[in-house]
Design a protein around this ligand. Structure first.
Ligand code: MG
Length: 283
């Protein structure tokens, strides 16, 4: 490996994919592809998407193919080589103990017949992610405490993620191993592959990136992030003494606006200035 290696771990939706309301600078994704084409660079996508939706995003938005992809809300890590996506078994072994040897289908048995919960389609499930539809209620406390109780009674340590699908007018529940999250998956991959803290940068835009944004990792918040996410990230980073490791993109880098990929590359050059030369060279 070259000594000036750079590892970029990045969220996809509204971070490198311009699917938000703000405009994207025209050259932003071309420069991201130029970065990814460098022999010194390692690219890691970190997303809630599953393998199929990750592949769709890469194709539909002409994104560079990554070296690794953390998908399914942090429950799967893929080693990507061209068209071949291999799940890292070591990651499954890392998170499996939380579920006491059970997999999603076993937990579904424990949660059978809970009023208001309906299993999502087969392709949305995997060994360590169990997903349901539920009521369009921002905080269905009784339902969630019943889920928690049944899992706890069976020794299962789980992380419940509740969100609302405003278009479909329903709630969404993901049941994950307690240890499976974006931050843990990234630090696990860094340890497994020997990526150093000074050569690794994370970028994101929203609430589900906060834990990584305010961690001790070098992090970038793109300029199109919602103001409340920016405020919370800045406050929490300051509280934990990590303000120096949170860069908020402001625009102006290489004539771009700081939104999406432009903000990612701006932050990358903030921590690792030699990457700017890679973008400016026409090779
Ligand atoms: Mg996002």
């Amino acid at each position: 490996m070259p000594s000036d290696r750079v590892v970029l771990c990045t969220d996809l939706d509204r971070t490198v994919i311009p699917n938000g309301e703000q405009p994207e600078s025209p050259q932003a994704r071309m420069l991201l592809r130029r970065f990814a084409a460098r022999p010194e660079s390692t690219l890691v996508y970190v997303s809630g998407r599953d393998e199929g939706l990750l592949r769709n995003a890469i194709r539909d938005y002409d994104l560079p193919v990554p070296d690794f992809a953390i998908g399914d809300v942090g429950t799967t890590i893929y080693h990507v080589q061209g068209d071949d996506w291999q799940p890292l078994d070591a990651w499954s072994r890392e998170i499996a103990p939380d579920w006491q040897g059970m997999e999603g289908a076993d937990l579904a048995e424990l949660l059978r017949d809970i009023d208001g919960l309906r299993l999502q389609e087969e392709e949305k499930q995997n060994d360590y992610k169990l997903s349901y539809y539920g009521p369009e209620d921002p905080r269905p406390e009784a339902l969630l405490s019943e889920v928690r109780r049944r899992l706890k009674d069976n020794g299962v340590r789980a992380n419940l993620i509740w969100s609302i699908d405003e278009q479909a007018h329903c709630g969404l529940l993901d049941v994950l191993p307690a240890a499976a999250n974006k931050l843990h998956a990234i630090t696990f991959l860094m340890r497994e592959k020997g990526f150093g803290e000074r050569e690794t940068v994370f970028s994101g835009d929203s609430g589900n990136d906060l834990e990584v944004l305010v961690s001790s990792l070098q992090a970038v918040l793109v300029r199109n992030a919602p103001p409340e996410v920016r405020e919370e990230a800045e406050r929490r980073a300051a509280e934990s003494g990590e303000s120096g490791r949170l860069y908020v993109a402001r625009g102006g880098f290489l004539g771009m606006n700081g939104n999406y990929s432009a903000g990612v590359l701006e932050g990358l050059a903030h921590y690792l200035p030699h990457t700017r030369d890679w973008l400016e060279s026409d090779s």
